[in-house]
Ligand binder design. Structure first.
Ligand code: FAD
Length: 160
């Protein structure tokens, strides 16, 4: 099995798109991520997975906290900014949730404290205890499928 085949197989799992945010010494850093899962209801735990080459890795290790911003379908550009797919510097406005920077207009914002970390292969899993969250009631999510951005509207059109 080669890397391409593995990536193609994983890409068949449709996901939402998040931007992970954190703050170290007053500097806010964000990174696009779809490796995210709810882990436990009691206590309320989630997990994210960060690659060994991402600058976000050391930042989360230092701050010991992160926020998950589940993007709305109209926030594809933000995903591209925080994935380095748009190269020019852009001014992004943040607000605050439980002392963490979060993205305005995100479908859902979830603030977490790191309670555990596991290095697994070339990624590190950060278990986060949810300390606060905020939901937007009426926005559809941005989706990622087979290596491309999509939305519920586009998938509905494709079925019709
Ligand atoms: P950098 O490359 O330094 O930053 C990324 C970009 O964010 C830069 O362009 C930077 O200018 C911008 N940025 C950062 N902070 C700010 C700020 N405060 N204001 C404005 N712009 C800012 N990688 C994983 O490790 N795990 C995943 O689960 C994952 N899922 C992904 C899902 C999708 C759909 C995509 C497209 C990519 C995913 N990636 C994932 C890859 C990851 O997003 C990129 O490799 C990313 O560039 C790594 O970010 P970095 O922390 O190294 O930061």
């Amino acid at each position: 099995m080669d890397d391409r085949q593995f990536r193609n197989a994983m890409g068949k799992f449709a996901t939402g798109v998040n931007v992970i945010t954190t703050e170290v010494d007053g500097d806010i850093h964000g990174m696009t991520a779809n490796a995210f899962m709810s882990v436990s209801l009691d206590p309320k735990l989630v997990v994210i997975s960060i690659g060994e080459n991402a600058s976000m890795l050391e930042k989360v290790r230092k701050s010991k906290k992160y926020a998950i911003n589940i993007l709305s379908q109209n926030q594809k550009e933000l995903s591209m900014i925080f994935a380095g797919q748009i190269k020019e510097d852009r001014n992004v406005s943040f607000e605050s949730l439980a002392d963490l920077p979060v993205i305005k207009g995100a479908n859902t914002q979830i603030s977490c404290e790191v309670v555990n970390e596991h290095v697994e292969g070339d990624h590190t899993l950060f278990i986060g205890k949810v300390i606060d969250l905020k939901l937007q009631e009426c926005s559809d999510p941005l989706l990622f499928y087979k290596g491309k951005y999509t939305s519920l509207d586009e998938t509905e059109e494709a079925v019709m």
